[in-house]
Design a protein around this ligand. Structure first.
Ligand SMILES: Cc1cc2nc3c(=O)[nH]c(=O)nc-3n(C[C@H](O)[C@H](O)[C@H](O)COP(=O)(O)O)c2cc1C
Length: 189
């Protein structure tokens, strides 16, 4: 308890973003597990329309016209949140193109500036998607997001960590996610 009563607690709104478009995505499942580890007063939403965003084109971004459509929705989701968690696979030693495209759309609009952001890479490989995580952390740093100590995480051997129904079934990963959730909430609060 930090001395604040329930009524004085700052509203905490977390947006979860999976870098995978797959229906059975392990990264999306990690986000579901994380949601269940958040305190009850935290509002949590996910953004799952990365594939609806157009290819980033600075000409469109610099047109001076208000951005409508899915880009506007994407920015509105990010603006709603006061903390963000991104969980991504690694494709060819990098961040999936659809996630990078989405991030490119908000470099100049600034929704990440000063915002506590957790970055998770999850992969079946022993390195746990460390190259994608390093790349993501670099992009977030360039956008002036704040990655708190303990909120950058690689999860290796990801496919072995779920039960048949897709729920997380690994105590060590759950413990690590619980700590990450606590750090994110503490930083956002
Ligand atoms: C085209 C492709 C390239 C991949 N490249 C890598 C890679 O460089 N490093 C890695 O750790 N995993 C790589 N993988 C494996 C993904 O990390 C793995 O499929 C992951 O579980 C996908 O996440 P998801 O279950 O959330 O969709 C690759 C997978 C695909 C389909």
């Amino acid at each position: 308890m930090n001395g604040k009563g329930q009524s004085e607690q700052k509203s905490i709104k977390i947006l979860g973003i999976s870098g995978s478009l797959r229906a059975q995505s392990a990264n999306s499942r990690i986000l579901s597990a994380l949601q269940h580890l958040l305190p009850p007063h935290v509002e949590y939403e996910t953004y799952s329309k990365l594939s609806d965003l157009p290819h980033f084109n600075p000409d469109l971004d610099d047109s001076g016209l208000p951005v409508h459509g899915e880009v506007g929705q994407w920015r509105a989701h990010l603006a709603w949140a006061n903390a963000i968690v991104i969980c991504t696979p690694e494709y060819a030693r990098g961040v999936p193109g659809s996630l990078k495209n989405a991030l490119d759309w908000v470099v100049s609009s600034g929704e990440f500036v000063g915002k506590p952001t957790a970055a998770i890479g999850a992969s079946p490989h022993p390195q746990g998607g460390s190259a994608a995580l390093d790349s993501l952390v670099g992009t977030l740093g360039m956008m002036s997001a704040v990655i708190p100590e303990g909120a950058g995480l690689c999860i290796p051997f990801i496919t072995k960590k779920f039960a048949a129904d897709g729920t997380l079934n690994d105590a060590e990963t759950e413990d690590t996610l619980r700590k990450l959730a606590a750090v994110l909430v503490e930083t956002a609060g």
